[in-house]
Design a protein around this ligand. Sequence first.
Ligand SMILES: Nc1ncnc2c1ncn2[C@@H]1O[C@H](COP(=O)(O)OP(=O)(O)O)[C@@H](O)[C@H]1O
Ligand code: SF4
Ligand SMILES: [Mg+2]
Length: 409
Amino acid sequence: MQNNDNLQGGEPLLEVRGLKKYFTVDTNFFGKPIKFLKAVDGISFSVDKGKTLGIVGESGCGKSTMGRSLLRLYDGVQGEIIFHGKDINKYSNRQFDAIRPNLQMIFQDPYASLSPRLTVGEIIGESARQHGIVDRAHYHEYILHVMDMCGLQPHYFERYPHEFSGGQRQRICIARALALKPELVVCDEPVSALDVSIQAQVINMLIDLRQSLGLTYIFISHDLSVVKHISDEVGVMYLGNIVEYGSKADIFGETLHPYTRALFSAVPVPNPHVKMNRIMLKGDIPSPVNPPSGCKFHTRCEQCMDLCREIPPEYREVKPGHYCACHLYNSKEDTERLYAEKAEAQRLEEEKRKAREAKPLYKFKAAVIDKPVTAVKGAVLSTIDKIKNRKDKSAKDDKPADGDSGNEE
Ligand SMILES: Nc1ncnc2c1ncn2[C@@H]1O[C@H](COP(=O)(O)OP(=O)(O)O)[C@@H](O)[C@H]1O
Ligand code: SF4
Ligand SMILES: [Mg+2]
C-alpha cells in the first residue's frame, strides 16, 4: 500500500490525507537530497470530535513522526491536515501560531520535557499566559483549577519538577497541555515510561478529562491492552503506513491483516487454561530507507503470495468502516486489474525512457560531451601506445646483435 486515500465517514474534527514525512539520509555533491527515510509514507484517516483514535505498531514504524507531523513540529511535511475544515499544513507560521494552543501533544518522557528551572505553576501557566488564554487577574486561580483537574495538590504550585515521581511529572505535562484549552491532544506513549501501577491511574484520568472537557485524542502506544482500553477506533501502522483501521470492536474482534493478527497473538492471556497461538514474526522490521517491494510486510508474512512481492496492496474498505491493505481480500477482478495496471505502468515507463533518450539534450550530450570524451580517451590511449612502441623499439636497438660483443671499436 502506498496511499491510504479512502476516508472514513462521520463529522471529523481532524482529517488527514496522504500525510508524508521523509527524512533525508544522503545528499549529492551539490547538497540535493538523493536518499530518503520514509518514516510516514502516505497516511489518511479522520477523527471525530470527542473520540479517541489509537495508533499501534512496533517501535520504528513511524507513530511518533506521524503525531509530530500533525502538529507541524517538522518542516517538509506533505499532505493535507484538515482541522475544522481548513488545511493547516498550508498555513503560514504566523497563521499556525494562532491555532497552536488548540492542538497539543503529551510526550513519552516526562523527565525530559519539563524545565528544571521553572516551578510547577510556571510550567503549567507560562504558555497559557503567552497565548492570552487567561488574564493576569485570574491567572493563579485558573492554574490551580487546571492542577486540580489533573490531580495535582495546590501546594505543588511553588515546587520544582525534580521533587516529583514519574506519574506526578506526567500529570504536570498533561496539565500544561490542557491549560491551553486544546480540542485535539496527541498523546505519544504517555504512560510507557511509568510504573505499571501508575499507568492505569493516568489512563483513567485521561479518559475522565476527555469526557469532562470534550477532548479528542490521538493515542499512540505499542501496548495493545492500553489502546484497547482507551480507544474508540484503532489504526495499525507498519513501516510508515496504516495497514488496518476500524472500530475497536472490529480491530480486536474481527482482525483482518496478518500483521495485526501477529501483534495480537503476542499479547499474554491472563488465563493459564487458554493456549496461546502465537504467530512469530520473521526477523526485524525492515529499514524504511529500503522498504521491501510490493507489500512492505511481505518479508515477514506467513501468508505471502507471489502478487505480494510485486504489487503494493490497496487500502480499501473490506467491511463497512473496516479498512485493510492486504491482497488476501482482493476479488479475482481486483487482482487482474492490479496486474493490468502494473503492466501499463511498466509500458509507460519504457515509453518515457525511450522519449528521454531521444530528447535533444541526450543527442547534445552524445555529440558534445560523449564524443569529445571518446576522442580524448582515444588520443590518450594512442599516445600511450606510441610511447610504449618507441620504448620497445629503442630497447631493441640498444640490444646487441647475436655474436656482437657490443664493443665496435
Ligand atoms: N529526526 C529524524 N531523523 C531521521 N530519522 C528519523 C528521525 N526521527 C525518526 N526517524 C526515523 O523514522 C522512523 C520512525 O521513527 P518513529 O516515528 O520514532 O517511530 P515509532 O514512534 O513508531 O517508534 C525510524 O526509522 C526512525 O529512526
Ligand atoms: S498476504 Fe500479502 S498483502 Fe497481505 S499482508 Fe501478507 S504479504 Fe502483505
Ligand atoms: Mg515513538
